[in-house]
Design a protein around this ligand. Structure first.
Ligand SMILES: Nc1ncnc2c1ncn2[C@@H]1O[C@H](COP(=O)(O)OP(=O)(O)OP(=O)(O)O)[C@@H](O)[C@H]1O
Length: 188
């Protein structure tokens, strides 16, 4: 099982992932895109010119998607924490995670609260998260959605757990993959 949290920076994905690992009944792993970026050599990356840096970042994300697939294919349950801010990231996940059970969760937070959190964190540029809102949720389809401006991370985690236990039918990932390939998955 892959519980895939998608939301802007500061929307509350990591906080929910942390709570999910506490409330879920089996030992899930939390794999976050930020943690993968943090594994890279910072100084060697900064020495590169713009296009070379962009390529390193793209490869980091592509590698992250394949690491998630590898963990799940080995039988591990995973909570993914990602920012689908470019169309290729979702398309790549749809391909790489084909055959795996993905439960896609939209993590929402309104712009004013995002900006308040960015100011409180101090290491973010205020307004950057809100600027991602459109692109991150552009595909417009989820298995479940939470609003972190009205629910605590624990409440969101408990709601996800409850809905996951009841969810049946076609997953958003299968529907989105079908759309990308130009056919309806419910008709095979
Ligand atoms: N449900 C919530 N209610 C209030 N504050 C929250 C909530 N969830 C997270 N926060 C606060 O918002 C900030 C960002 O949270 P978190 O690191 O979980 O977000 P994120 O989406 O993983 O961010 P990033 O992608 O930038 O790492 C933290 O200061 C956290 O305490």
């Amino acid at each position: 099982m892959i519980i895939f949290l998608n939301g802007t920076s500061s929307s509350g994905k990591s906080s929910i992932a942390e709570q999910l690992l506490r409330v879920l009944d089996t030992p899930y792993f939390h794999l976050g895109v930020d943690a993968f970026g943090a594994m890279r050599a910072v100084e060697r990356t900064l020495e590169l010119d713009g296009p070379a840096q962009a390529e390193v970042l793209r490869r980091t994300r592509a590698g992250f998607h394949r690491a998630v697939a590898g963990m799940a294919q080995a039988g591990n349950d995973v909570v993914v924490d990602h920012v689908l801010s470019e169309p290729w990231r979702l398309q790549d996940c749809l391909e790489v995670l084909d055959g795996l059970d993905v439960f896609l969760v939209g993590v929402h937070c309104p712009p004013d609260e995002l900006e308040r959190r960015e100011r409180a964190r101090g290491d973010r540029v205020p307004g950057q998260a809100a600027a991602q809102l459109h692109s991150v949720h552009q595909h417009g389809l989820y298995d479940f959605e939470v609003d972190t401006s009205v629910s605590s991370p624990r409440e969101c985690a408990l709601a996800i757990k409850e809905f996951l236990g009841q969810a049946t039918g076609t997953r958003a990932f299968d529907e989105l993959r079908g759309r990308a390939r130009g056919h309806d998955p419910s008709t095979g």
